[in-house]
Design a protein around this ligand. Structure first.
Ligand code: 13P
Length: 306
């Protein structure tokens, strides 16, 4: 079926108080794992490509993801994650993406508004939805490293001004999460009060970046197979569930799939030193990623919504 827009999927999610995963993909196996898990659970989904993914795989990767998304039996949007410029967003719109993110959250408010507005005009003319961001997450935000103490949480009044001025469709909010596998000691803090305040003013779907759970069993398997991941921590499942009840509709997940991929590849190489068929090495990684996506869908509450 034709691809859905991000807004089609996320408006229904916000109204129905469930979250939908935006899973980052970089190749065939990740895309298969995500779509197979979503089809099995009857869950809508966003397949997200970052600029890093576009650089890595180019148009052939985009065509693969678009093609697989159209073949799926559940609603799929193909989304640009953290677009850094108007040009980058327009390139993706021309390639067939149905959703783009323009991330000028590192600029001042006036620049963020002006650049986001430009993208909204071009995207809406093509029937494509737009995610924007205000505030600043900790961790690595596509090339920019932000120390935890430099993270700036999204202010509700600024969010209201920003959405009214730009016409963006959904908003990434900084509420305590960060990208990557080290999200803070113990149970990372999530500012639920802030989510409630923003959601009380804005009817738009809200987006949680840096939402990976970094499950202990994956970290243990990865390290037992020779990995060296220290102090790994993620967002507690109950915090994701609570955030969804308050207005978070799009939940970005990349790290959990990377962990599953690497754990499974390491295990296979260790257990089968004579194996050199890529399919026998990547197949188990795809299986474990599919399981992780299924677990995420349970947490988000999107099963049966397609
Ligand atoms: P994680 O690193 O927590 O998976 O977050 C990914 C993300 O937010 C991509 O935009």
């Amino acid at each position: 079926m034709p691809l859905a827009t991000g807004l089609d999927i996320l408006q229904a999610a916000r109204a129905g108080k469930y979250g939908v995963g935006a899973f980052n993909t970089n190749d065939l196996e990740i895309t298969q794992a995500v779509l197979e898990a979503c089809e099995a659970a009857r869950s809508p989904v966003l397949l997200a490509l970052s600029e890093g993914a576009l650089k890595y795989g180019g148009k052939p990767l985009v065509d693969l993801v678009l093609g697989m998304g159209r073949e799926a039996t559940v609603p799929v949007a193909v989304h640009l994650d953290h677009g850094s410029s108007f040009e980058s967003c327009v390139r993706c719109i021309r390639l067939g993406f149905t959703s783009v993110m323009i991330d000028k959250s590192h600029e001042d408010e006036a620049t963020n508004i002006a650049e986001t507005k430009r993208v909204v005009e071009a995207a809406h003319a093509a029937g494509v939805s737009v995610e924007a961001e205000i505030g600043r997450l900790g961790g690595v935000e596509e090339h920019v490293v932000v120390a935890a103490e430099d993270a700036i949480l999204t202010k509700p009044d600024e969010a209201e001004r920003f959405m009214a001025a730009t016409g963006a469709d959904f908003l990434a909010v900084a509420i305590g999460t960060s990208h990557g596998a080290n999200k803070g000691k113990g149970r990372p803090y999530i500012d639920h009060k802030r989510i409630r305040e923003i959601a009380a003013i804005l009817p738009h779907p809200l987006v949680m970046h840096g939402a990976s759970g970094v499950p202990a069993y994956l970290v243990e398997r990865l390290n037992a197979a020779g990995g060296q991941l220290k102090d790994a921590s993620g967002i507690h499942e109950d915090d994701v569930r609570e955030a969804v009840q308050h207005g978070i509709a799009k939940i970005n997940t990349d790290t959990d799939l990377r962990l599953a991929f690497t754990a499974a590849v390491r295990e296979t190489l260790l257990a089968k030193p004579k194996e050199f068929d890529p399919r026998k090495i990547l197949g188990p990684a795809r299986d474990l990623m599919r399981q992780v996506v299924a677990e995420r869908i349970e947490v988000f509450g999107s099963a049966g919504k397609a």
